[in-house]
Design a protein around this ligand. Structure first.
Ligand code: PHE
Length: 357
């Protein structure tokens, strides 16, 4: 009988120790002291062998019951201690969600006026049913000139101040595209009419002064269908300018001009009234009806299809709209300039919000 009363004392000692354990580490020590390999309960089990067979069964059962109760008590205490620890953490790690948001990098960065104007124009033309097409900056002589009805030895090749690459063995050479017009060719070669695309991007000419930089930006537009005429061209340009400059009326003038890839061709001027310079005209680009030779070069029958195209200087449009005086500053990578003339990342241009967002 002594064994049983020993067991009772042992159990109540262990349960007291469990209750007294102030944290999870202390509780783990109590567990090891009781149920570990060399723990007090385990030692009782080892005594079984030395008992008489008739005592063995009852004693074994008692020890097992102690083990069960101790295990339960350990688990209960563990849950309590974990809850206390969590309460403590929650009390110390508070977050005040009423504080104002700290401005992150999104508020610091600025969108360059050229990117902004490209986004605005893409938005305006998307509303008119145009999609965006692209071509590479490094272009073949064939697409940049020949297929656009500018054959070898044509004088307008000189006007373009082209950056040429070294010719290949077969004599063909690559160029840095001098305008976005080769995207017209790429589009007509891979897409069946009706075609309605714009192509914004970088272009290059070996030219540099206050109003010219060797790299600048253009946006091309191309429409090909069966009954396209100059009236459509004028309407699209006028609508575009009204949306872009965010005015109800815009004065526009088409000056007869010459481009090998359009016939007839015109230069586009806008009345500077829209930007507060009454009486002045400003040139923003060139346009015309796509030349039959260009259509033929792309496998289209000029007796079935006509179309119009125009190309405009994006940098020039940005300067006009946002009153930026010096073109060279666009590419100076001066952060102070960008902070002044740039746009918030979070202000996306939309038609409904006025194109500039
Ligand atoms: N590619 C011409 C230029 O760079 C502009 C243009 C485009 C003219 C399309 C007519 C039609 O000057």
């Amino acid at each position: 009988m002594t064994e049983t009363s020993d067991l009772e004392t042992l159990e109540s000692d262990i349960l007291k120790a469990i209750d007294a354990a102030g944290d999870l580490n202390a509780l783990e020590e109590v567990r090891i002291g009781a149920l570990g390999k060399k723990g007090m309960v385990s030692k009782q089990m080892q005594r079984l062998g030395s008992l008489a067979p008739d005592e063995r069964k009852a004693f074994g059962q008692s020890v097992n019951q102690v083990k069960t109760r101790v295990t339960e008590a350990l688990e209960g205490r563990k849950a309590t201690l974990e809850e206390i620890a969590l309460e403590k953490r929650l009390a110390s790690e508070t977050a005040d969600i009423t504080l104002p948001v700290r401005p992150g990098p999104q508020a610091e960065g600025r969108i360059h006026p050229v990117s902004q104007v490209m986004d605005e124009l893409a938005e305006i033309f998307a509303d008119l049913g145009f999609s965006v097409a692209e071509g590479p900056d490094i272009e073949s002589d064939d697409y940049n000139f020949t297929k656009l009805n500018i054959p070898e030895e044509h004088p307008s090749r000189q006007d373009h101040d082209t950056f040429y690459f070294k010719p290949d063995e077969d004599g063909s050479r690559l160029v840095l595209r001098t305008h976005t017009s080769p995207v017209q060719i790429r589009t007509m070669l891979k897409q069946k009419p009706p075609i309605r695309i714009i192509a914004p991007g970088r272009v290059y000419r070996c030219d540099s002064d206050q109003t010219h930089t060797p790299m600048f930006h253009q946006i091309e537009a191309l429409v090909i269908d069966q009954e396209t005429h100059m009236g459509h061209l004028k309407w699209v340009l006028i609508e575009m300018c009204k949306a872009f400059f965010e005015v109800d009326e815009v004065k526009m003038r088409f000056r007869a001009s010459h481009f090998p890839f359009t016939e007839p061709s015109a230069e586009i001027d806008i009345g500077a009234d829209a930007i507060g310079k009454p009486g002045e005209w400003l040139e923003i680009g060139g346009c015309g009806m796509v030349h039959p030779n260009v259509l033929r070069n792309c496998g289209l029958d000029p007796d079935v299809y006509q179309g119009f195209a125009f190309g405009m200087g994006i940098d020039r449009m940005a300067m006009l709209k946002y009153g930026i005086p010096d073109l060279r500053a666009f590419f100076g990578a001066d952060l102070r300039w960008l902070k002044h003339y740039g746009f918030s990342v979070l202000d996306k241009p939309t038609i409904s919000g006025g194109s500039s967002g």
